[in-house]
Design a protein around this ligand. Structure first.
Ligand SMILES: N[C@@H](CCC(=O)N[C@@H](CS)C(=O)NCC(=O)O)C(=O)O
Length: 217
């Protein structure tokens, strides 16, 4: 039985898992879920993931939600010790640190802050939102002071986790030039196998975002 990933094309956490699938060349069946139409609230979906979020992985009856948990599970289960998530405690710890920062700080201060726009609650990127995003980027940039990749000298799942959020904001009009280390990192991400496909999705996200705002970034 194949592994199945329930996803939605523009969702940044789902795109992070898709970047990994492409990087590893893993065979995974992708099942698109229409979140807006309530497809994550059906009885069948809730049995897999009571938190009704995508991405959700179904590995032959083992159900797993939370993109960062899925990223590390897929490596540990199918490519243990892979350089994207090496089996070296200190390297793993530094990657987990960034994944935790992404979940608990970065994604909240960026897409979380901007969610009022794509939920249709406001049509302006407010000064508060801009400050929140800018602080989040400055904070994240500190991880790049000593190395070119976010958790060390090599690309890891932490970079894959962050890229879709940043690419989406860039295509929505965010100027990364005030964050030169992040700008260089963003450029480095071109080496990823799924980079170009993700850029196309980020562009669609950007077009949609711009159509929803009267005052953008
Ligand atoms: N922390 C979660 C976030 C997942 C999430 O919020 N996904 C959104 C789409 S981007 C979703 O499924 N929303 C539908 C819902 O909550 O019902 C992850 O990284 O997987």
């Amino acid at each position: 039985m194949p592994i199945t990933l329930y996803y939605s094309p523009m969702s940044p956490p789902a795109r992070a898992v898709i970047l990994l699938i492409k990087e590893l060349g893993l065979t995974v069946e992708l099942k698109e879920v229409d979140v807006r139409a309530g497809a994550t609230r059906t009885e069948e979906f809730l049995r897999m993931n009571p938190e009704h979020t995508i991405p959700t992985l179904d590995d032959n009856g083992f159900y797993l939600a939370e993109s960062r948990a899925i990223l590390t599970y897929l490596i540990d289960r199918y490519y243990p010790g892979h350089e994207l998530y090496p089996n070296i405690p200190k390297e793993k710890a530094l990657i987990n640190r960034v994944l935790n920062h992404d979940l608990s700080v970065f994604s909240l201060k960026t897409l979380g802050e901007l969610s009022a726009i794509y939920r249709g609650l406001t049509s302006e990127v407010s000064e508060e939102m801009k400050t929140s995003v800018s602080n989040a980027l400055s904070n994240l940039e500190l991880f790049l002071v000593r190395n070119d990749w976010i958790a060390g000298e090599n690309v890891t799942v932490a970079d894959l986790s962050l890229l879709p959020t940043i690419a989406s904001m860039v295509h929505a009009g965010l100027d990364l030039s005030r964050h030169p280390r992040l700008l260089a990192w963003y450029d480095n991400c071109k080496v990823l196998k799924g980079y170009q496909d993700d850029q196309e999705i980020a562009q669609q996200f950007g077009t949609l975002f711009r159509s929803m705002v009267t005052k953008g970034f």
